[in-house]
Design a protein around this ligand. Sequence first.
Ligand code: HEC
Length: 361
Amino acid sequence: MTSHLKRFSGLFAAGLLSVAFALPAHAADLEAGKKIFDEVCAACHGTTGRPDPDNPTVAALDPQPADLSDPLFNSREPEADWNIVVTHGGPALGLSSVMPSQKAALKEDEIRNVVAYAKTLAPGSELYPPGELNFFLPVRTKKAFPEDEIVLKGRFTDAEEGDNPWRSILEVEKRFGRRSMGVLEIVYEDDGEDAEITMVEAGAKTVVHWNKEKGSILSAALIYGAATQSGESDEVIPYLAYGKRLSEKSTLQSSARVIVPVDDADEGEVELAGVVHYEWTVNRQAMFPALEVTATVPFDAGDGDSVQWTAVPQVRIGLTRGGHVALNAGIEFPLSDQSYETRYHLVLLWDFADGSFFKGW
Ligand code: HEC
């Protein structure tokens, strides 16, 4: 280990250990919540959580009230977000002001009860991974939660020799089934001589296990990368991704990705990555710091030296009020000998399940 690396891994471990592992648990009163829901919310959302389009009051609303009985919608939204929306009204998360604030009408625990009740309105939603486990997208670590998202990634490498290459990736992710996601990626590279699409990747990811109380989620994915250039090999890329809430204000994500060139499997490598995000505020339109560490291990690594370590300090910047459009910027420093000085990463993501790109700025 280099001294650099020791320092970084020390910091990383300290970060992990210094956070509390206890999560606050308070039971809500569902019966009291139902009473409030029927009195206050049902006029728009319907007593079952499904707005009745034949009701003239509902039909006159623009936009239409959310269908709280839809298990995909109900499961993917964290309860904390619904607390914010019900307390402060739609605009607090970039939604419409037609969704009224209840701050003046209801007490804090009444809001907690009615939101907890609203969460029960979609039978079967417990078969979908809960939005509480949808952590911030890291720069290198793979995410476990399935998304409806468009991601644009840019990477600029400050090389030690020759031209500084650019790489851009356009990624489209779409949920299917209860716990799965399909993904399509187009990789475009510009090394100063050639600028072209070098790879097209397609695959799927599925959540294999989660535990809402423990705040943990595990996914498995399989991606096939088709090289567009002759002479370049296609790749098979299976990975595991794990996420864990460490405390109210911090999350850990880690992934193990195996990259196997189809033409020469011995040339493959394993990419390990882990990241801790510090969620210091519930406000989504904010900056959240994170520290990520990666290790790339070639299949034929004879001695420990050929393992490549990097550290990627980064910041997530929520651009919209609900954070459904966000930037992620990071600088990657090699901690072991590498052919580049630094890499600059910029990631723009748009979670299209939460509305149009232009909503809630
Ligand atoms: C005047 C009609 C109206 C009332 C009353 C109302 N809502 Fe809404 N609600 C809406 C509309 C409209 C939306 C959709 C806003 C949008 O999509 O921009 C919405 C959205 C929501 C959402 C979705 C938030 C998200 O993450 O997308 C939740 C949860 C919700 N309401 C819960 C409640 C609860 C609980 C109550 C009662 C305390 C309530 N609403 C009362 C009209 C109403």
